[in-house]
Design a protein. Structure first.
Length: 310
C-alpha cells in the first residue's frame, strides 16, 4: 500500500514538473516576436557589380534573443508565392554571392538592428534571374540549449536579382476565368494564373475590361500585381464590386510584362442573374393571376354594371 502511495506521489510530481516546463516553453515561444523588413528586394545589376542593401530586424518581445542571419537559395513552390529553401545549385542560384555584415548577434527586447549584406556579382554571371533568401532564425542560448525553444523559426526576405544581358522573358496565361459561371449579385471574382516560361522573373500588370451584352464597356478591373519566378505559375485575383443587376458580360484580360512590355490577352464570359429578385416578381405575378382568376365573376358583373350605367 505504501509503495502504491509513494508511486502516485512521484508520478504526480513528475507530471506537475513537466506541465510547468511545457507552460514556460509555450510562453517563451508566444512572447518571441521577430520581424524583418523589407520582405522583398527586387534588384538589378551588371556582371561584376557590387550591390549593397540592408535588412531591418526587429524584436517586438520583451526579452533579449540571439539571432543568426544566413543566406540560402530558394525555389518557388505552389501558386501563392510560397518558396522552399534549397542547397541545390542551379542557374538561378544567388546565395553564394551574398556576404553578410553580421551573422549572429543579440537583440534586446523592443530593439531593432540593420543587417548589411553585399552581393558580389561574378563577371561571368549568367544573365537573367538569380534568387536567394536572407533570413533570420533564433539561436539557442546557454540556458535553453537543451530545450531548443525558438530554434528553427525562420523569417526571411526574398532577394530577386536580375543580371543584365540577354535574358529570356516569356510568360503565358495558364488560366483566366470567373470563380462561377453565374452570379446572383456582385462582387464578381476573377482568377488569373500566369506561367513564367522564361529565365527571369516578371511582374505582369493586368487590367480586365468588362463589357455588357451590347458591347458597351461597363468597368475596368485591376489585377493584383505579383512576381512570377522562372518555371513557376502564380495565382492572381481581381474583384468587380459594383456590378449591374442583370445580363451576360464578357471580361477581356490584357497584361503587360517584361522590359519590352509584351502583351498577353484572354477572355471569359459570365452571367449576372438575380434569382431572388426574379423569384419574388414571379410569385407576385402568379399571385396576381390567381387573384384575378378567383375574382373573375365579380369583375365580370362589375364590368356589366358599369356598361349599363353608361
Amino acid at each position: 500500500m505504501r509503495k502504491k502511495i509513494l508511486f502516485l506521489i512521484v508520478l504526480t510530481a513528475i507530471s506537475v514538473g513537466l506541465f510547468f516546463i511545457f507552460v514556460n516553453q509555450t510562453k517563451a515561444a508566444d512572447e518571441t516576436n521577430i520581424s524583418i523588413s523589407p520582405l522583398t528586394f527586387d534588384l538589378s545589376a551588371n556582371p561584376g557589380d557590387t550591390v549593397t542593401n540592408e535588412l531591418l530586424v526587429r524584436n517586438s518581445s520583451s526579452d533579449p534573443v540571439v539571432i543568426s542571419v544566413e543566406a540560402q537559395d530558394f525555389v518557388a513552390t505552389g501558386e501563392e508565392g510560397e518558396v522552399n529553401l534549397t542547397d541545390s545549385k542551379t542557374t538561378y542560384s544567388l546565395a553564394s554571392w551574398v556576404e553578410l555584415d553580421s551573422d549572429k548577434f543579440t537583440l534586446a527586447g523592443g530593439q531593432k538592428k540593420s543587417v548589411k549584406f553585399v552581393i558580389r556579382v561574378p563577371f561571368n554571371a549568367e544573365p537573367g534571374g538569380h534568387y536567394a533568401s536572407v533570413y533570420t532564425h533564433l539561436s539557442p542560448t546557454t540556458g535553453d540549449a537543451t530545450s531548443g525553444s525558438g530554434v528553427g523559426q525562420k523569417i526571411g526576405s526574398l532577394v530577386l536579382l536580375r543580371v543584365a544581358g540577354t535574358a529570356n522573358e516569356e510568360a503565358k496565361i495558364a488560366t483566366f476565368k470567373t470563380t462561377k459561371e453565374s452570379y446572383a449579385k456582385g462582387p464578381v471574382d476573377f482568377d488569373v494564373r500566369i506561367e513564367n516560361t522564361g529565365s527571369v522573373h516578371v511582374k505582369p500588370k493586368g487590367i480586365i475590361a468588362v463589357t455588357d451584352m451590347w458591347g458597351k464597356k461597363v468597368a475596368d478591373v485591376t489585377v493584383d500585381q505579383k512576381n512570377v519566378l522562372p518555371g513557376a505559375i502564380r495565382h492572381m485575383t481581381a474583384k468587380w464590386e459594383n456590378t449591374p443587376r442583370f445580363g451576360k458580360y464578357t471580361a477581356s484580360l490584357l497584361t503587360y510584362y517584361g522590359n519590352e512590355n509584351k502583351q498577353l490577352t484572354a477572355a471569359a464570359t459570365f452571367w449576372i442573374i438575380p434569382w431572388m429578385t426574379i423569384l419574388i416578381w414571379a410569385v407576385i405575378s402568379v399571385a396576381a393571376i390567381v387573384i384575378i382568376w378567383l375574382l373573375r365573376g365579380r369583375l365580370k358583373s362589375a364590368f356589366k354594371a358599369f356598361l349599363k350605367s353608361k
